[in-house]
Design a protein around this ligand. Structure first.
Ligand code: MLT
Length: 270
């Protein structure tokens, strides 16, 4: 990992391998370590850039963010600045998991000319319902007193396939550990940002980029039916459903996810 200076802020980033650049954008409230099963596999043939978004992992956040929130657009602009700081002017494949997918869609909107491909894993393009938005604001307002470990406890029941807690308990423990060490201010900031994110379904119709959607067959957060609707809306896209996986498919079934990613990247890089 190294710390990259973006001007107004710094981001911690892993930059490994060479070839077509692949920007891995983690979910909420996680950090780049959620990609640990993808990084080495992809870096054998590609340049993997896996940052910690503002406030997550080892990347800092300013204290006002918990109150103001960080918009998905702002995380996306950080990523564009990161590519500048890394002197990357060639097309990049952006691969966002869940909240990372919301960021990827804003990157597409604002910096789309920098992209050579789009991958959304266990994510969605629709905005929140009013109920979901209210739950995010409740968490943003209370996380400081609840503590991050409580957030991990609240989230954990919906994260996995039914069989994962028994078959891969270490994955559940790892998820809880990452969330528990996340700064409550960053959790509040991202929840406010996600609550305010725009609906991007219309954007998909106009997509001209090679696009891959990946979803765990038992995802209870980004439902396979929702991702199927996204794929139907996106010209020429592919949808891969991953068995033995819920929302955390990159950790629950890394072999299945890596196969889809590598096939997509191999096709792109010709
Ligand atoms: C994530 O995994 O990033 C979150 O489940 C996204 C969300 O809360 O919508």
């Amino acid at each position: 990992m190294s710390r990259v200076d973006l001007g107004e802020r710094e981001l911690e980033v892993l930059d490994q391998g060479s070839g077509l650049p692949v920007l891995l954008v983690h979910g909420f409230p996680l950090d780049h370590t959620m990609w640990r099963f993808q990084i080495d596999a992809l870096a054998e043939s590609y340049r993997v850039i896996a940052p910690d978004l503002r406030g997550f992992g080892s990347s800092p956040i300013d204290s006002a963010a918990a109150q103001c929130g960080v918009a998905m657009e702002e995380y996306a602009d950080d990523l564009a600045k990161l590519l500048d700081a890394l002197d990357l002017s060639e097309p990049v494949v952006i691969c966002g998991f869940s909240m990372g997918g919301y960021v990827a869609l804003q990157f597409l909107r604002r910096h789309g000319s920098r992209l050579g491909g789009l991958v959304l894993i266990d994510s969605k393009a629709a905005a929140d319902t009013d109920r979901a938005r209210a739950m995010r604001i409740k968490m943003a307002e209370n996380v400081e007193s609840w503590g991050s470990a409580h957030v991990a406890k609240l989230m954990t029941s919906k994260m996995y396939a039914a069989s994962t807690p028994a078959s891969r308990p270490e994955i559940v423990a790892e998820f809880i550990a990452i969330v528990s060490r996340t700064n409550p201010a960053s959790i509040a900031a991202a929840q406010r940002g996600m609550a305010a994110r725009p609906d991007s379904m219309q954007l998909l119709e106009l997509l001209k980029l090679p696009t891959l959607y990946v979803v765990g067959e038992e995802d209870q957060i980004s439902l396979p039916a929702e991702m199927k609707a996204m794929a139907e809306q996106t010209p020429g896209s592919t949808l891969a459903e991953i068995p033995d996986a819920g929302h955390m498919s990159p950790m629950e079934n890394p072999a299945g996810v890596n196969k889809e990613l590598l096939e997509f990247l191999d096709r792109l890089s010709g």
